[in-house]
Design a binder for this molecule. Structure first.
Ligand code: AMP
Ligand code: ZN
Length: 452
């Protein structure tokens, strides 16, 4: 067997290409203007699962995940750069915002036991790469400079536009929201900007052969994926909302550059809902990993919750589900600590289930049955083998730990510093506490701590 995943383009499960030196995976990364919510984290976990299954079965994986720190516009008719909007709200430099949320993104991934990607290229540091491919698209007449000095991709020049999402050009009527902005500068309503002219914008702009400006979001991923992974990308991953227009546009750009199908398999994770509704700021139901920790749950309980649902089904998360997963996790760890350990080899049944399009709910069912089977002397072995993909730290000992005197003192000092609004002291104390093995979260009821 080898790993099969559901390919959005062909609408069928496909074998992942494993015939080359390494399997090349590109996962669209976060836009770092705010904390990633647990929905975003579900999508990032998908890349980790694919990677872990491939590595467990002896493949080398190269995974690149970009950091979008410029050019991702707000989805309202004003179309403003999300980074600049947030920077003006926080009254600070957009690059400071970007680095702050990028660091938090890495911290969240590490708490969720996601193996770091091999590279996290930043859009703002890949501008020359983008200029190069925009120039190529202009030279091949797949792009043009509009009357507003922006460079646009000519969507009608790419025959199979719409194949991923099923949105054919004929059905993309004018009047689409992007229409308002360019005011007729585009030749065709479905064309999109590769390079946007700076206009009045002062920050996050670069010189270019077409004048000062900034890149469009879609060209970023084409430039970074082709440069860092090369002309063959085996799996390209993102949330379902990226199918259109982001991946559709990316495919058109990249295919033109490499003169063939640039991506072998398009993998999309379905959305996470929270308590029945789409997670969004306007619904006031955004949940962060920090909130999960602040309620005293192991962040890996969230990982287990995600695994209890298939990646391509919409999933409704609740606090009760996280609590139940937390209980299961503790019970499994305690039992595994007591069960007899044999040498870890492979488990064909587990591989059969997981390689079938990452059927993690079935894996969990399988493990629950193994757990109950008193006659099975390989229970710990099977669980620990599966954990190489599940990533739940099932071999972690649940020893009772108590705070040391110095940790208690530091917590008290930090409480005081926060009450007296001495923020830099409180930041310094947080660093010391975290270095000592604690995770600190600030909530409306004051600071909370847990063990890392
Ligand atoms: P962003 O930081 O907004 O660029 O999104 C990062 C990733 O999270 C993208 O792959 C999105 O498709 C994905 N995403 C956004 N919302 C959700 C959600 N509610 N559930 C799962 N994935 C999501
Ligand atoms: Zn992307």
């Amino acid at each position: 067997m080898s790993l099969r995943l559901y390919d959005t383009l062909s609408r069928t499960p496909q074998n992942v290409n494993t015939g080359n030196q390494s399997v090349k995976i590109y996962c669209c990364g976060p836009t770092v203007y705010r904390d990633a919510h647990v929905g975003n984290l579900r999508t990032f976990l998908l890349a980790d699962l694919v990677r872990r299954v491939l590595e467990l079965t002896g493949n080398k994986v190269e995974l690149v995940q970009n950091i979008t720190d410029v050019g991702h516009m707000s989805e309202d008719f004003q179309e403003q750069d999300k980074m600049l909007l947030q920077a003006s709200q926080e009254k600070t430099d957009p690059f400071l915002i970007a680095r702050k949320y990028e660091e938090k993104f890495h911290r969240d991934l590490s708490r969720l036991n996601v193996i770091p990607a091999d590279m996290y290229p930043r859009a703002s540091e890949s501008i020359t790469l983008m200029h190069e491919i925009i120039s190529k698209l202009l030279a091949s007449n797949n792009a043009y400079v509009g009357t507003d000095n922006c460079v646009y991709f000519d969507s009608q020049s790419f025959d199979s536009y719409g194949a991923i999402s099923g949105n054919r050009l004929e059905s993309l009527k004018p009047g689409h929201r992007y229409e308002f902005v360019e005011q007729g500068a585009k030749k065709f309503h479905a064309d999109w900007a590769l390079w946007k002219s700076a206009g009045n914008r002062q920050e996050m702009i670069w010189d270019s052969p077409w004048g000062p400006g900034f890149p469009g979001w879609h060209i970023e991923c084409s430039a970074m994926s082709l440069h860092y992974l090369g002309e063959r990308i085996d799996v390209h991953i993102g949330g379902i909302d990226l199918r259109f227009p982001h991946h559709e546009n990316e495919r058109a750009q990249s295919n033109v550059i490499v003169s063939k199908e640039s991506v072998a398999l398009w993998l999309h994770g379905e959305h996470l809902l929270f308590e029945g509704r789409k997670m969004s700021k306007s619904s006031h139901n955004v949940v962060l990993l920090e909130d999960v920790i602040a309620r005293g749950f192991d962040p890996l309980a969230l990982r287990l919750c995600f695994l209890e649902n298939r990646y391509r089904s919409q999933m409704d998360l609740t606090w009760a589900a996280i609590e139940a997963a937390n209980t299961t996790l503790t019970r499994w760890r305690n039992k595994i600590a007591q069960w007899n350990k044999s040498e870890i080899t492979s488990d064909e049944e587990f591989l059969r289930i997981i390689e079938n399009d990452l059927d993690t709910p079935k894996v969990i069912q399988y493990l629950r049955a193994i757990e109950k089977d008193e006659s099975n002397s390989d229970r710990a072995t099977i669980f620990l083998y599966a954990d190489k993909v599940l990533g739940l730290n099932l071999d972690k000992q649940e020893a009772e730990k108590t705070l040391s005197q110095s940790q208690s003192d530091l917590l008290q000092q930090r409480d005081l510093a926060r009450n007296e609004k001495r923020w830099s002291d409180s930041d310094e104390l947080r660093k010391q506490l975290e270095a000592s093995g604690l995770t600190i979260s600030d909530t409306s009821d004051g600071q909370k701590w847990s063990w890392n």
